[in-house]
Design a protein around this ligand. Structure first.
Ligand code: C2O
Ligand code: CU
Ligand code: CU
Length: 508
Protein backbone atom coordinates (compact mmCIF):
# COMPACT_ATOMS: atom_id res chain seq x y z
CA UNK A 1 0.00 0.00 0.00
CA UNK A 2 1.45 3.31 -1.01
CA UNK A 3 1.68 5.76 1.83
CA UNK A 4 0.50 9.21 1.11
CA UNK A 5 0.71 12.25 3.23
CA UNK A 6 -2.09 14.41 4.44
CA UNK A 7 -0.72 17.33 2.47
CA UNK A 8 -0.60 15.46 -0.79
CA UNK A 9 -4.17 14.31 -0.18
CA UNK A 10 -5.26 17.88 0.35
CA UNK A 11 -3.61 18.75 -2.92
CA UNK A 12 -5.17 15.83 -4.73
CA UNK A 13 -8.57 16.86 -3.48
CA UNK A 14 -7.95 20.40 -4.61
CA UNK A 15 -8.37 21.80 -1.12
CA UNK A 16 -5.15 23.66 -1.11
CA UNK A 17 -6.26 27.30 -1.01
CA UNK A 18 -4.89 28.12 2.40
CA UNK A 19 -1.51 26.56 1.79
CA UNK A 20 -0.73 28.18 -1.51
CA UNK A 21 -1.42 31.59 -0.08
CA UNK A 22 1.18 31.20 2.62
CA UNK A 23 4.29 33.21 2.03
CA UNK A 24 6.84 30.47 2.15
CA UNK A 25 9.76 32.68 1.40
CA UNK A 26 10.00 33.98 4.92
CA UNK A 27 9.50 30.69 6.66
CA UNK A 28 12.20 28.08 6.34
CA UNK A 29 11.08 24.51 6.81
CA UNK A 30 8.32 25.35 9.09
CA UNK A 31 4.87 26.57 8.30
CA UNK A 32 4.87 29.23 10.91
CA UNK A 33 1.46 30.08 12.19
CA UNK A 34 0.04 26.77 11.10
CA UNK A 35 -1.20 24.37 13.66
CA UNK A 36 1.06 21.37 13.32
CA UNK A 37 -1.11 19.18 15.42
CA UNK A 38 -3.90 19.54 12.92
CA UNK A 39 -1.54 18.15 10.31
CA UNK A 40 -0.76 15.14 12.43
CA UNK A 41 -1.45 11.83 10.80
CA UNK A 42 -1.92 9.89 13.96
CA UNK A 43 -5.26 8.27 14.35
CA UNK A 44 -6.01 8.66 10.69
CA UNK A 45 -6.69 5.65 8.61
CA UNK A 46 -3.86 5.49 6.12
CA UNK A 47 -5.52 2.96 3.90
CA UNK A 48 -8.49 5.18 3.31
CA UNK A 49 -6.11 7.86 2.10
CA UNK A 50 -4.59 5.86 -0.70
CA UNK A 51 -5.60 7.67 -3.84
CA UNK A 52 -4.20 4.80 -5.81
CA UNK A 53 -2.94 6.99 -8.61
CA UNK A 54 0.68 6.88 -7.51
CA UNK A 55 0.86 10.55 -8.36
CA UNK A 56 3.42 12.27 -6.24
CA UNK A 57 3.98 15.26 -8.49
CA UNK A 58 2.08 17.46 -6.10
CA UNK A 59 3.65 16.05 -3.00
CA UNK A 60 4.31 18.79 -0.50
CA UNK A 61 4.71 16.56 2.47
CA UNK A 62 7.50 18.75 3.86
CA UNK A 63 4.77 20.97 5.19
CA UNK A 64 4.00 18.33 7.78
CA UNK A 65 7.28 18.54 9.67
CA UNK A 66 6.99 16.58 12.86
CA UNK A 67 7.18 18.61 16.03
CA UNK A 68 10.14 17.81 18.27
CA UNK A 69 9.68 16.78 21.88
CA UNK A 70 11.70 18.51 24.58
CA UNK A 71 14.48 16.51 26.21
CA UNK A 72 13.38 15.18 29.59
CA UNK A 73 17.01 15.28 30.66
CA UNK A 74 17.11 11.85 32.21
CA UNK A 75 20.18 10.46 30.43
CA UNK A 76 23.63 11.97 30.85
CA UNK A 77 25.06 12.87 27.47
CA UNK A 78 27.87 10.58 26.39
CA UNK A 79 30.49 11.19 23.74
CA UNK A 80 31.68 8.90 21.00
CA UNK A 81 34.98 7.27 21.79
CA UNK A 82 38.04 8.49 19.96
CA UNK A 83 39.15 5.75 17.59
CA UNK A 84 42.48 4.11 18.42
CA UNK A 85 44.82 4.04 15.45
CA UNK A 86 46.13 0.69 14.23
CA UNK A 87 49.46 2.41 13.75
CA UNK A 88 50.88 5.84 14.21
CA UNK A 89 54.14 7.70 13.83
CA UNK A 90 55.01 11.35 13.46
CA UNK A 91 53.77 11.65 9.89
CA UNK A 92 51.44 8.77 9.24
CA UNK A 93 48.49 7.13 10.90
CA UNK A 94 46.23 4.21 10.06
CA UNK A 95 42.78 3.16 11.18
CA UNK A 96 40.23 0.45 10.57
CA UNK A 97 36.62 1.53 10.12
CA UNK A 98 33.99 -1.16 10.11
CA UNK A 99 30.30 -0.68 9.26
CA UNK A 100 28.30 -3.09 11.35
CA UNK A 101 24.89 -3.78 12.79
CA UNK A 102 23.82 -4.56 16.31
CA UNK A 103 21.46 -3.48 19.03
CA UNK A 104 21.61 -0.46 21.28
CA UNK A 105 19.84 0.35 24.52
CA UNK A 106 18.66 3.82 23.57
CA UNK A 107 15.60 3.46 25.80
CA UNK A 108 16.17 1.86 29.18
CA UNK A 109 15.80 -1.90 29.02
CA UNK A 110 14.89 -2.00 25.33
CA UNK A 111 17.03 -3.25 22.48
CA UNK A 112 16.81 -1.16 19.34
CA UNK A 113 18.29 -2.51 16.12
CA UNK A 114 20.92 -0.07 14.94
CA UNK A 115 23.87 0.42 12.62
CA UNK A 116 27.23 1.80 13.63
CA UNK A 117 30.91 2.12 12.81
CA UNK A 118 33.21 0.08 15.08
CA UNK A 119 30.31 -0.30 17.45
CA UNK A 120 26.59 -0.79 17.36
CA UNK A 121 25.43 2.79 17.00
CA UNK A 122 26.91 5.86 15.31
CA UNK A 123 30.67 6.02 15.00
CA UNK A 124 33.85 6.95 16.82
CA UNK A 125 35.75 10.20 16.36
CA UNK A 126 38.66 9.76 13.98
CA UNK A 127 41.46 12.25 14.57
CA UNK A 128 44.07 13.14 11.97
CA UNK A 129 46.60 15.92 11.67
CA UNK A 130 47.27 18.20 8.77
CA UNK A 131 50.22 16.93 6.75
CA UNK A 132 49.79 13.32 7.82
CA UNK A 133 49.51 10.42 5.49
CA UNK A 134 46.34 8.60 6.48
CA UNK A 135 45.49 4.99 5.70
CA UNK A 136 42.01 3.73 6.44
CA UNK A 137 41.05 0.12 6.12
CA UNK A 138 37.31 -0.02 5.37
CA UNK A 139 35.25 -3.08 6.16
CA UNK A 140 31.60 -3.69 5.32
CA UNK A 141 30.18 -6.05 7.92
CA UNK A 142 26.60 -5.12 7.07
CA UNK A 143 24.25 -7.43 5.22
CA UNK A 144 23.82 -4.80 2.51
CA UNK A 145 25.95 -2.63 0.23
CA UNK A 146 27.43 0.52 1.63
CA UNK A 147 30.10 3.14 0.91
CA UNK A 148 32.31 5.22 3.21
CA UNK A 149 32.11 8.91 2.39
CA UNK A 150 34.30 11.58 4.01
CA UNK A 151 32.13 14.66 4.19
CA UNK A 152 34.19 17.83 3.92
CA UNK A 153 37.48 16.11 3.32
CA UNK A 154 39.63 17.21 0.39
CA UNK A 155 40.53 13.79 -0.88
CA UNK A 156 41.09 12.28 -4.34
CA UNK A 157 37.75 11.43 -5.98
CA UNK A 158 38.59 7.78 -6.04
CA UNK A 159 38.87 7.61 -2.23
CA UNK A 160 35.87 9.81 -1.53
CA UNK A 161 33.33 7.01 -1.10
CA UNK A 162 30.60 8.29 -3.39
CA UNK A 163 27.89 6.05 -4.83
CA UNK A 164 30.35 4.43 -7.26
CA UNK A 165 32.51 3.03 -4.50
CA UNK A 166 30.22 0.33 -3.22
CA UNK A 167 31.50 -2.30 -0.83
CA UNK A 168 29.40 -5.45 -0.84
CA UNK A 169 28.72 -7.32 2.39
CA UNK A 170 31.98 -8.77 3.66
CA UNK A 171 34.14 -6.69 1.32
CA UNK A 172 36.92 -4.42 2.43
CA UNK A 173 39.14 -1.81 0.86
CA UNK A 174 42.03 0.40 1.89
CA UNK A 175 42.14 4.09 1.10
CA UNK A 176 45.03 6.47 1.49
CA UNK A 177 45.35 10.23 1.41
CA UNK A 178 47.43 13.07 2.78
CA UNK A 179 45.61 15.70 4.80
CA UNK A 180 46.10 19.01 3.01
CA UNK A 181 43.44 21.12 4.66
CA UNK A 182 43.31 23.06 7.88
CA UNK A 183 41.83 22.08 11.24
CA UNK A 184 38.13 21.32 10.98
CA UNK A 185 35.27 19.22 12.26
CA UNK A 186 34.30 16.91 9.41
CA UNK A 187 32.25 13.75 9.38
CA UNK A 188 31.74 10.48 7.58
CA UNK A 189 28.66 8.59 6.51
CA UNK A 190 27.51 6.11 3.85
CA UNK A 191 26.57 7.19 0.32
CA UNK A 192 25.07 4.21 -1.56
CA UNK A 193 22.58 5.26 -4.23
CA UNK A 194 18.99 5.36 -2.92
CA UNK A 195 20.04 4.00 0.49
CA UNK A 196 21.88 6.89 2.13
CA UNK A 197 18.86 8.20 4.01
CA UNK A 198 18.09 4.82 5.49
CA UNK A 199 21.63 3.93 6.50
CA UNK A 200 22.27 7.26 8.18
CA UNK A 201 18.89 7.05 9.88
CA UNK A 202 19.84 3.67 11.35
CA UNK A 203 23.05 5.07 12.80
CA UNK A 204 25.86 5.30 10.30
CA UNK A 205 27.58 8.61 11.00
CA UNK A 206 30.84 9.51 12.69
CA UNK A 207 33.08 12.51 13.22
CA UNK A 208 36.45 13.21 11.64
CA UNK A 209 38.55 15.88 13.32
CA UNK A 210 41.49 17.49 11.62
CA UNK A 211 44.00 19.13 13.96
CA UNK A 212 46.79 21.48 12.94
CA UNK A 213 49.31 23.86 14.52
CA UNK A 214 46.74 26.61 14.65
CA UNK A 215 44.08 24.53 16.41
CA UNK A 216 46.70 23.21 18.84
CA UNK A 217 48.07 26.61 19.81
CA UNK A 218 44.88 28.66 19.93
CA UNK A 219 43.74 29.50 23.41
CA UNK A 220 40.46 27.57 23.22
CA UNK A 221 39.04 24.58 25.07
CA UNK A 222 40.48 21.43 23.55
CA UNK A 223 40.18 18.56 26.01
CA UNK A 224 37.94 16.04 24.31
CA UNK A 225 34.93 15.02 26.36
CA UNK A 226 35.72 17.57 29.07
CA UNK A 227 35.48 21.04 27.58
CA UNK A 228 35.59 20.20 23.87
CA UNK A 229 32.35 18.35 23.24
CA UNK A 230 30.83 16.89 20.09
CA UNK A 231 27.11 17.52 19.75
CA UNK A 232 25.60 15.38 16.98
CA UNK A 233 21.95 16.32 16.45
CA UNK A 234 19.65 13.76 14.88
CA UNK A 235 15.87 13.62 15.01
CA UNK A 236 14.30 10.20 14.80
CA UNK A 237 10.91 8.56 14.92
CA UNK A 238 10.66 5.31 16.83
CA UNK A 239 7.94 2.73 16.39
CA UNK A 240 5.76 1.76 19.36
CA UNK A 241 8.28 -0.94 20.22
CA UNK A 242 11.14 1.59 20.02
CA UNK A 243 12.61 0.49 16.73
CA UNK A 244 13.97 2.64 13.92
CA UNK A 245 11.71 1.67 11.03
CA UNK A 246 12.91 3.80 8.15
CA UNK A 247 10.45 2.52 5.57
CA UNK A 248 7.62 3.40 7.89
CA UNK A 249 8.77 6.94 8.68
CA UNK A 250 10.36 7.79 5.37
CA UNK A 251 9.25 11.02 3.78
CA UNK A 252 10.25 11.80 0.19
CA UNK A 253 10.92 15.38 1.22
CA UNK A 254 13.12 14.51 4.14
CA UNK A 255 12.55 12.21 7.04
CA UNK A 256 11.99 13.91 10.35
CA UNK A 257 11.29 12.63 13.82
CA UNK A 258 9.71 13.74 17.06
CA UNK A 259 12.60 12.46 19.17
CA UNK A 260 15.93 14.23 19.22
CA UNK A 261 19.04 12.21 19.88
CA UNK A 262 22.34 13.85 20.73
CA UNK A 263 25.30 11.56 20.11
CA UNK A 264 22.70 8.80 20.02
CA UNK A 265 21.42 9.61 23.53
CA UNK A 266 17.70 10.15 24.02
CA UNK A 267 16.49 12.78 26.52
CA UNK A 268 20.05 13.95 27.12
CA UNK A 269 21.34 16.30 29.78
CA UNK A 270 24.86 17.64 30.10
CA UNK A 271 26.77 18.10 33.35
CA UNK A 272 29.90 20.23 32.87
CA UNK A 273 32.37 22.42 34.68
CA UNK A 274 31.27 25.98 34.96
CA UNK A 275 33.80 27.44 32.55
CA UNK A 276 34.29 28.08 28.85
CA UNK A 277 33.19 25.07 26.86
CA UNK A 278 33.50 24.39 23.16
CA UNK A 279 30.62 22.63 21.46
CA UNK A 280 31.24 21.10 18.05
CA UNK A 281 27.76 20.87 16.63
CA UNK A 282 27.04 18.57 13.70
CA UNK A 283 23.57 18.44 12.22
CA UNK A 284 23.46 14.78 11.26
CA UNK A 285 19.72 14.80 10.62
CA UNK A 286 18.19 13.60 7.37
CA UNK A 287 16.40 16.90 6.74
CA UNK A 288 15.68 18.97 9.83
CA UNK A 289 17.44 22.28 10.40
CA UNK A 290 17.95 23.68 13.89
CA UNK A 291 18.19 27.26 15.03
CA UNK A 292 19.61 27.04 18.52
CA UNK A 293 19.82 29.50 21.37
CA UNK A 294 20.03 29.39 25.17
CA UNK A 295 16.88 29.89 27.18
CA UNK A 296 18.54 32.79 29.04
CA UNK A 297 19.42 34.36 25.67
CA UNK A 298 23.08 34.53 26.58
CA UNK A 299 25.55 35.40 23.86
CA UNK A 300 28.16 32.90 22.74
CA UNK A 301 30.80 32.81 20.07
CA UNK A 302 30.89 30.86 16.87
CA UNK A 303 34.53 30.07 16.15
CA UNK A 304 34.30 27.65 13.23
CA UNK A 305 31.98 26.47 10.48
CA UNK A 306 32.09 23.44 8.19
CA UNK A 307 35.69 23.57 7.06
CA UNK A 308 37.59 25.41 9.76
CA UNK A 309 37.92 28.51 11.89
CA UNK A 310 36.34 31.84 11.11
CA UNK A 311 38.80 34.72 10.97
CA UNK A 312 37.40 36.09 14.22
CA UNK A 313 34.89 34.64 16.64
CA UNK A 314 31.39 35.77 15.77
CA UNK A 315 29.37 36.79 18.81
CA UNK A 316 25.75 35.76 18.49
CA UNK A 317 22.71 34.64 20.47
CA UNK A 318 21.53 31.98 18.06
CA UNK A 319 22.92 29.74 15.43
CA UNK A 320 21.37 27.85 12.54
CA UNK A 321 22.66 24.49 11.40
CA UNK A 322 21.21 22.92 8.27
CA UNK A 323 21.62 19.22 7.52
CA UNK A 324 25.32 18.27 7.28
CA UNK A 325 26.55 21.66 8.48
CA UNK A 326 28.88 22.04 11.45
CA UNK A 327 29.29 24.94 13.79
CA UNK A 328 31.80 25.20 16.60
CA UNK A 329 30.85 27.53 19.38
CA UNK A 330 32.41 28.59 22.66
CA UNK A 331 30.01 29.17 25.49
CA UNK A 332 31.15 30.90 28.65
CA UNK A 333 29.22 29.15 31.41
CA UNK A 334 30.76 31.37 34.09
CA UNK A 335 28.20 33.89 32.88
CA UNK A 336 25.22 31.75 33.80
CA UNK A 337 23.32 32.66 36.93
CA UNK A 338 21.85 29.67 38.72
CA UNK A 339 22.66 26.05 38.19
CA UNK A 340 20.95 25.33 34.91
CA UNK A 341 20.73 26.66 31.40
CA UNK A 342 19.02 25.03 28.45
CA UNK A 343 19.94 24.83 24.82
CA UNK A 344 16.65 25.27 22.96
CA UNK A 345 15.29 25.48 19.41
CA UNK A 346 13.50 28.33 17.69
CA UNK A 347 10.25 26.82 19.00
CA UNK A 348 11.65 26.70 22.53
CA UNK A 349 11.90 22.94 22.50
CA UNK A 350 14.60 21.86 24.96
CA UNK A 351 17.44 20.24 23.08
CA UNK A 352 19.83 19.93 26.01
CA UNK A 353 19.49 20.94 29.65
CA UNK A 354 22.93 21.83 31.04
CA UNK A 355 23.92 21.58 34.70
CA UNK A 356 27.15 22.59 36.42
CA UNK A 357 29.43 20.47 38.54
CA UNK A 358 30.62 23.35 40.70
CA UNK A 359 28.26 25.95 41.88
CA UNK A 360 31.10 28.47 41.83
CA UNK A 361 32.77 29.56 38.64
CA UNK A 362 36.35 28.50 38.05
CA UNK A 363 38.60 31.50 37.48
CA UNK A 364 38.47 32.26 33.82
CA UNK A 365 41.99 32.34 32.48
CA UNK A 366 41.12 32.49 28.82
CA UNK A 367 42.20 35.74 27.22
CA UNK A 368 40.22 37.77 24.79
CA UNK A 369 39.82 35.92 21.55
CA UNK A 370 42.64 36.34 19.11
CA UNK A 371 42.62 36.06 15.34
CA UNK A 372 41.77 32.50 14.39
CA UNK A 373 42.19 32.47 10.65
CA UNK A 374 43.23 34.54 7.64
CA UNK A 375 40.65 33.77 5.01
CA UNK A 376 39.94 36.20 2.24
CA UNK A 377 38.15 36.07 -1.06
CA UNK A 378 40.50 37.83 -3.46
CA UNK A 379 39.03 40.61 -5.58
CA UNK A 380 40.32 38.74 -8.57
CA UNK A 381 38.09 35.82 -7.59
CA UNK A 382 35.12 38.02 -6.72
CA UNK A 383 35.31 39.57 -10.16
CA UNK A 384 35.41 36.28 -11.99
CA UNK A 385 32.48 35.40 -14.19
CA UNK A 386 30.13 32.69 -13.07
CA UNK A 387 31.20 29.56 -14.91
CA UNK A 388 28.92 26.99 -13.28
CA UNK A 389 25.24 27.43 -12.60
CA UNK A 390 23.36 25.08 -10.34
CA UNK A 391 19.57 25.32 -10.17
CA UNK A 392 17.98 23.40 -7.33
CA UNK A 393 14.30 22.74 -7.87
CA UNK A 394 11.33 20.63 -6.99
CA UNK A 395 10.07 18.66 -4.08
CA UNK A 396 9.55 15.04 -3.17
CA UNK A 397 10.35 12.65 -5.97
CA UNK A 398 10.53 15.48 -8.47
CA UNK A 399 13.66 17.16 -7.19
CA UNK A 400 16.22 18.05 -9.81
CA UNK A 401 19.47 19.92 -10.35
CA UNK A 402 19.51 21.88 -13.59
CA UNK A 403 16.34 20.01 -14.59
CA UNK A 404 18.12 16.68 -14.39
CA UNK A 405 18.20 13.76 -12.06
CA UNK A 406 21.37 11.94 -11.13
CA UNK A 407 22.78 9.59 -13.72
CA UNK A 408 25.86 7.74 -12.62
CA UNK A 409 27.03 7.52 -16.22
CA UNK A 410 26.78 11.25 -16.86
CA UNK A 411 29.41 13.82 -15.93
CA UNK A 412 27.62 17.12 -15.47
CA UNK A 413 30.58 19.45 -14.98
CA UNK A 414 34.32 19.45 -15.38
CA UNK A 415 36.81 21.67 -13.61
CA UNK A 416 40.58 21.94 -13.55
CA UNK A 417 42.42 20.91 -10.40
CA UNK A 418 43.56 23.89 -8.29
CA UNK A 419 41.66 26.37 -10.41
CA UNK A 420 39.08 28.54 -8.68
CA UNK A 421 35.73 28.87 -10.41
CA UNK A 422 32.71 30.85 -9.35
CA UNK A 423 29.57 28.76 -9.05
CA UNK A 424 26.14 30.27 -8.76
CA UNK A 425 23.71 28.17 -6.78
CA UNK A 426 20.04 29.03 -7.01
CA UNK A 427 17.14 27.58 -5.10
CA UNK A 428 14.43 28.03 -7.70
CA UNK A 429 11.18 29.22 -6.18
CA UNK A 430 8.13 27.55 -7.63
CA UNK A 431 4.44 28.30 -7.48
CA UNK A 432 4.10 26.30 -4.27
CA UNK A 433 6.93 28.20 -2.60
CA UNK A 434 9.45 25.39 -2.51
CA UNK A 435 11.68 24.50 0.39
CA UNK A 436 15.21 24.94 1.69
CA UNK A 437 17.91 22.89 0.04
CA UNK A 438 21.27 22.47 1.77
CA UNK A 439 23.66 22.23 -1.17
CA UNK A 440 26.86 20.24 -0.67
CA UNK A 441 29.92 19.60 -2.82
CA UNK A 442 32.30 16.71 -2.19
CA UNK A 443 36.06 17.03 -2.09
CA UNK A 444 36.27 20.77 -1.56
CA UNK A 445 35.90 23.54 0.96
CA UNK A 446 34.48 26.59 -0.78
CA UNK A 447 34.04 30.23 0.15
CA UNK A 448 30.79 32.12 -0.05
CA UNK A 449 31.23 35.27 -2.12
CA UNK A 450 27.68 36.57 -1.85
CA UNK A 451 24.10 35.65 -1.12
CA UNK A 452 21.55 37.48 -3.26
CA UNK A 453 24.32 39.89 -4.17
CA UNK A 454 25.15 40.76 -0.59
CA UNK A 455 28.10 39.84 1.54
CA UNK A 456 27.40 36.64 3.49
CA UNK A 457 26.77 36.76 7.23
CA UNK A 458 29.82 36.12 9.46
CA UNK A 459 28.57 32.62 10.24
CA UNK A 460 29.10 31.73 6.56
CA UNK A 461 32.44 33.51 6.21
CA UNK A 462 34.57 30.46 6.95
CA UNK A 463 35.30 27.54 4.67
CA UNK A 464 32.11 25.70 3.77
CA UNK A 465 31.13 22.45 2.14
CA UNK A 466 27.37 22.88 2.53
CA UNK A 467 25.22 25.96 2.09
CA UNK A 468 21.53 26.05 2.82
CA UNK A 469 19.44 28.23 0.52
CA UNK A 470 15.89 29.34 1.02
CA UNK A 471 13.44 29.33 -1.89
CA UNK A 472 14.43 32.11 -4.26
CA UNK A 473 17.91 32.59 -2.81
CA UNK A 474 21.01 32.70 -4.96
CA UNK A 475 24.56 32.30 -3.74
CA UNK A 476 27.88 32.80 -5.45
CA UNK A 477 30.64 30.58 -4.17
CA UNK A 478 34.34 30.23 -5.02
CA UNK A 479 35.16 26.57 -5.58
CA UNK A 480 38.57 24.98 -5.90
CA UNK A 481 39.49 21.29 -5.84
CA UNK A 482 42.91 20.28 -4.55
CA UNK A 483 42.63 16.78 -5.95
CA UNK A 484 41.46 15.05 -9.11
CA UNK A 485 38.62 12.65 -9.63
CA UNK A 486 34.87 12.48 -9.88
CA UNK A 487 32.90 14.11 -7.08
CA UNK A 488 29.23 14.41 -6.21
CA UNK A 489 27.37 17.60 -5.52
CA UNK A 490 23.88 17.36 -4.16
CA UNK A 491 21.16 18.46 -1.82
CA UNK A 492 21.95 17.14 1.66
CA UNK A 493 18.35 16.41 2.51
CA UNK A 494 19.13 12.73 2.31
CA UNK A 495 15.85 11.77 0.67
CA UNK A 496 16.38 14.42 -2.00
CA UNK A 497 19.82 13.00 -2.61
CA UNK A 498 18.36 9.49 -2.77
CA UNK A 499 15.70 10.80 -5.17
CA UNK A 500 18.42 11.92 -7.56
CA UNK A 501 18.97 15.56 -6.58
CA UNK A 502 22.64 15.05 -7.33
CA UNK A 503 25.15 15.64 -10.09
CA UNK A 504 28.79 14.86 -10.64
CA UNK A 505 31.84 16.86 -11.53
CA UNK A 506 35.06 15.54 -12.95
CA UNK A 507 38.16 17.35 -11.77
CA UNK A 508 41.11 16.89 -14.14
CU1 C2O B 1 27.57 14.32 3.48
CU2 C2O B 1 27.46 13.50 -0.41
O1 C2O B 1 27.54 13.90 1.50
CU1 CU C 1 30.07 14.91 1.24
CU1 CU D 1 16.67 19.40 -1.26
Amino acid sequence: MKKITLASMIVSLGLLGACSQEDHSSSDHDMKGMDHSSMNMEGMDHSSMDMGDGNSTMDMSHETITKLKSSLGNHELSFPKVLKPDDKDSNSISYTVRAQQGTTEIFDGIKTNTYGYNGNFLGPVIRVEKGMKVTIHLVNDLKEDTTFHWHGLEIPGNEDGGPHKVLKPGQSETIQFTVKQEAATLWFHPHPMHETGKQVFKGLAGLLYIDDKNSETLNIPKTYGVDDLPIILQDRTFTDDQQLDYDHTMNEDGTTGDTLLINGVVDPKLTVDRKKVRLRILNGSNMRSYTLHFNNHMAFQQIAGDGGFLNKPDTTQSIEVAPAERAEVIVDFTKVKGNEVKLVTEDNVTVLPIHFKESKAEPNTAKAMETFNHLKVLDEVKNKKVTKTVKLAGMGKNVTINDKKFDKNRIDFTQKQNETEVWEIENVKDSMGGMNHPFHIHGTQFQVISIDGKEPPKSLSGLKDTISLKPGQKAKIAVKFQHKGVYMYHCHILEHEDNGMMGQIKVY
